[in-house]
Design a protein around this ligand. Structure first.
Ligand code: F0G
Length: 457
């Protein structure tokens, strides 16, 4: 069947279409930082796939049933039943978004100096490990370093290094192992069931808790069905359940694979740990039957979790991302291969060879995508991950200069994605015209969100 969205459009929102001159004014005002742009200056917004999805009619209807009872709301029980059926954990705590689950879990689980080992921590996950006194350690598999390798599961953890960490001199310091599925910080690549099973066995053997960061559990399941031997006849729900079964619990941002605007959960097997987490939940998020969410949110999340595992939906979403990836590749721009689902990662370093890391090629390409076509996205390169000395000279570049095009769920059609590919292709005709950037103003932390930069001609 050809690529086609398995839904039709019932409610529309106009897209702002600006002239290049208007976009230039907007970018100057924004200090050349796409995070400072306003929605009404953006034509296609590929900044994040988080909380940006389109609700279904069934979710809107479920929202109307939202029960706003303070404690014991019907909507909570509906939400809990749905998550229990999907993931099988006995304790399910709702939270307002994924990072709240991370904060509560790591504070309850880690003691100062303990290690959290992961395939790759997402930024907030890393920050919450650090804030809890822990030390985040990324152990991506060797294939992940080769952006062009077509290896199917470049989101896997490096089992040799994980074994070494669990048996080496620091083994007593390992507090938790966390697998991010799919691996957002690692090019949106999936994790294989074989890898998850091996991690689970190692953690059991060494008595270390094993958790999933399950923000994109359905997309990971879909890629397992497509790519891993032995799963072609499974449903996405079955694969997701097999993954959840391997772990002691999960944190999840439901702003992704529940196709909702807000929400998350912390799910646990251990009674004592659940009790500790619940206390923090009540103190900082809300009572255990709402955790910072409204009844309306809980209803829409429950409905979204049943929609996100539909094969027709996942097939079309994966095909759309792959289609965009093929068009961009055909235009001569490299992407992290193979294409995942929630985002494409453009290799800006390879396109803008005239710009050294100190001129931020990832940021330069992201800015140009906006100036040329109103496409907003952000870099994952040396502006975000690099390090400077006190004079502002880049002393450590990011391993790769990437730009992430994150694709909101059910929001953009094939023609919108083709428009994005045309904008990329236009830039790729004269990459040497894209200027580099220098930082004019940056806060000491999280500078990519707040810095101001300017072009260097
Ligand atoms: N884990 C992963 C893998 C994520 O991608 C995110 C968020 C979180 C945790 C945190 O969840 O935002 O609900 O608190 N990722 C978004 C993104 C922001 O654009 O990739 P949250």
């Amino acid at each position: 069947m050809p690529l086609m969205e398995p839904y039709r459009i019932k409610v529309v929102e106009p897209i702002p279409i600006l002239t290049r001159a208007e976009r230039e004014v907007a970018m100057v005002r924004a200090g050349y930082n796409p995070f400072n742009l306003r929605a009404d200056e953006i034509t296609i917004d590929l900044l994040s796939d988080s909380g940006t999805g389109a609700l279904s009619a069934a979710q809107q209807a479920a929202g109307a049933l939202g029960d706003e009872t303070y404690a014991g709301a019907r909507s909570f029980y509906r939400f809990r039943e749905t998550v229990e059926k999907l993931a099988g954990y006995p304790h399910i705590l709702p939270v307002h978004q994924g990072r709240a689950a991370e904060r509560i879990l790591f504070n309850a689980l880690l003691t100062p100096g303990q290690l959290c080992l992961s395939n790759t921590h997402f930024d907030t996950t890393r920050a919450n490990v650090v804030l809890a006194g822990g030390v985040p350690v990324d152990l991506p598999c060797p294939e992940a370093a080769d952006l062009d390798s077509p290896a199917p599961f470049k989101g896997d953890i490096d089992l040799d290094r994980l074994t070494a960490a669990l048996t080496g001199p620091d083994r007593e310091r390992v507090g938790v192992v966390l697998m991010t599925i799919t691996n957002n910080g690692g090019g949106g690549q999936p994790v294989s069931m074989a890898n998850l099973r091996a991690v689970s066995d190692l953690c059991r053997a060494h008595g270390v808790p094993f958790f999933l960061d399950a923000a994109r559990f359905a997309e990971n399941a879909w890629l397992v069905i497509q790519r891993e031997d032995g799963y072609a006849h499974h449903t996405p729900e079955q694969v997701a359940r097999l993954a959840f079964d391997l772990a002691d619990g999960a944190v999840a941002s439901l702003k992704k694979d529940a196709i909702a605007h807000m929400g998350g959960f912390l799910a646990l097997r251990d009674d004592a740990l659940a009790q500790r987490c619940e206390l923090t939940l009540i103190a900082t998020e809300g009572f255990r039957t709402y955790g910072g969410l409204s009844g309306r949110d809980l209803e829409m999340l429950a409905q979204g979790l049943t929609e996100v595992v539909q094969p027709d939906y996942l097939r079309a979403r994966a095909a759309a991302t792959e289609h965009l990836g093929n068009l961009i590749t055909a235009a001569g721009v490299s992407i992290v291969r193979p294409a995942g689902i929630h985002a494409l990662y453009l290799n800006a370093g390879r396109l803008l060879t005239h710009l050294p890391p100190s001129r931020f090629p990832g940021h330069a390409l992201a800015t140009e995508l906006y100036l040329a076509g109103g496409v907003r996205c952000a870099e994952l390169g040396s502006l975000y991950l690099g390090q400077e000395d006190e004079h502002g000279n880049l002393v450590k570049a990011a391993p790769h200069e990437l730009v992430r095009l994150a694709i909101p769920r059910r929001v953009y059609t094939q023609s919108h994605l083709e428009y994005v590919a045309e904008v990329v292709a236009e830039i790729a005709q004269h990459p040497e015209r894209v200027p580099g950037y220098r930082v004019v103003e940056a806060p000491p932390l999280l500078r990519h969100f707040n810095c101001r930069v300017e072009p260097v001609r």
